[in-house]
Design a protein around this ligand. Structure first.
Ligand code: AMP
Ligand code: MG
Length: 421
């Protein structure tokens, strides 16, 4: 057996980032920038008001107070989306609405709450109405008040994001705000998923003797999608050398990576490792990794395409994906961090195991407790490698090193798979 770190190192050393390219923003969510991204435009593009109110000359209203308001002549209105007209002269104000450009002459905006505006014809208060002809300013403001300067968020020519930035919704918004349509990233990798096994059937319909339904393909395709890669369904193959050969050889041509499940143990009908050995030109490693579940892993490259021969048991295939395929796919997509978050948690029940020289990855539910400010875990169910439901119910894997496990109240390291789910 080899330890997890060594197995991971062997896999990761053969999974290199793809060739970067500029993709449209609508396809870039979750992708990683390959170079520094600079803005051609400033944001905001012009000085504008942060509030609804009156654009004024700060010097005009410096002495304003409730007891002695300053009366200004209202010479116009500027709404968001309008040109910054008219200019503001001495003794004048322009009614202005949030986001509207600040007109020439004005160097501050007084909030509408600090003013009384009057409708010149009826003499009634006209707050928020366009017909105001004078405004009484009850509070003096220093120059620059409530004005958002041009380029405050992004200056033209500025680097907005360094290389290696994982693009989230906010990043895409910033790129849109500077008028970018495309962004240079490592593209999503296309990942083929194949299930193998004579016992497997696809979808519904009655089960024949000895048959079970294929669940791994559904799971692995979803794990690929969740890693922000592009899943490609390569279907089902029986325990048949020729069939497996044709799917893997064909898949290598149109995918950037391939995941298979089943057929990598020591059984007589475990053909994936046989086929991979033949197709991988000596690169295949058939590893016995010191972890439980997911001990066997066949890994090699076919025409440069990494092929992961994951074990067939449903939980093993998921855990193997977590330990090897996910970090490898993230590395191929340029991610600076390829590991899940790990935290220390308190075991709310004993998590027992027997010494066997392996690292146990135990399916648990982790929760945060406000009263002691710590994470707590409990087993999510049976830990045999065929029990998929306890994997579905888990939101973390507890990492139990070789030994007897952890007593109730003891500390355990957990790798978060999803939060809060
Ligand atoms: P294998 O690794 O091929 O020896 O398979 C180990 C166990 O996992 C066997 O009980 C298989 O029936 C089961 N298994 C293999 N592939 C799948 C699959 N795609 N869906 C559900 N169970 C599977
Ligand atoms: Mg099998």
């Amino acid at each position: 057996m080899i330890d997890l770190q060594e197995a991971r190192r062997r896999v990761l050393s053969r999974c290199v980032p793809g060739r970067p390219r500029a993709v449209p923003l609508e396809e870039a969510l979750g992708c990683v920038t390959s170079v520094a991204v600079s803005a051609d435009e400033a944001v905001p593009p012009f000085a504008n008001t942060a509030v609804d109110g009156f654009a004024v000359r700060a010097a005009d209203v410096a002495a304003a107070s409730t007891a002695a308001p300053v009366i200004l002549r209202v010479v116009g209105t500027i709404a968001a989306g309008s040109a910054p007209e008219p200019p503001v002269g001495p003794g004048e104000a322009v009614r202005i609405l949030t986001g509207a450009p600040v007109p020439e002459g004005a160097d501050a905006v007084v909030m509408v709450e600090d003013t009384d505006a009057w409708d010149g014809r009826s003499g009634r208060q006209a707050v928020g109405r366009t017909e105001a002809s004078t405004v009484a300013v009850r509070r003096g403001v220093p120059g620059g008040t409530s004005i958002r300067p041009a380029g405050e968020d992004v200056a033209a020519g500025q680097v907005v994001f360094p290389p290696g930035t994982v693009l989230g919704p906010g990043h895409l918004g910033v790129l849109a705000s500077v008028g970018m349509r495309r962004v240079p990233v490592y593209p999503r990798v296309r990942v083929g998923v194949l299930s193998t096994g004579d016992e497997l059937v696809d979808g519904g319909g009655p089960l024949g003797p000895g048959q079970i339904r294929d669940s791994n393909r559904r799971t692995l395709l979803a794990l690929v999608a969740q890693a922000n890669a592009e899943p490609v369904d390569l279907g089902l193959a029986g325990d048949d050398e020729a069939a497996i050969t044709s799917v893997i050889a064909g898949g290598a041509g149109r995918c950037d990576a391939i995941l298979t499940s089943g057929g990598v143990s020591v059984g007589d009908f475990d053909y994936v490792k046989v086929v991979l050995d033949r197709l991988s030109e000596g690169t295949m490693e058939w590893m016995q990794v010191a972890i439980k579940p997911a001990k066997p892993l066949a890994f090699g490259t076919v025409d440069g395409t990494p092929v992961f021969g994951l074990p067939g048991n449903p939980v093993s295939s998921m855990v193997s994906f977590e330990c090897f395929a996910r970090p490898a796919l993230l590395q191929m997509m340029g991610h600076p961090r390829i590991d899940r978050m790990e935290v220390t948690a308190v075991a709310d029940e004993p998590l027992r195991r027997r010494p066997d020289g392996k690292l146990h990855l135990v399916r648990v539910r982790v929760d945060w407790a406000d009263d002691d400010g710590r994470f707590h875990v409990r087993s999510s169910g049976g830990q045999a490698s065929n029990l998929l439901r306890s994997m579905a119910l888990a939101n973390a894997l507890a990492l139990l090193p070789d030994g007897d496990g952890v007593e109730q109240g003891g500390e355990v390291r957990v790798r978060l798979l999803s939060w809060p789910g």
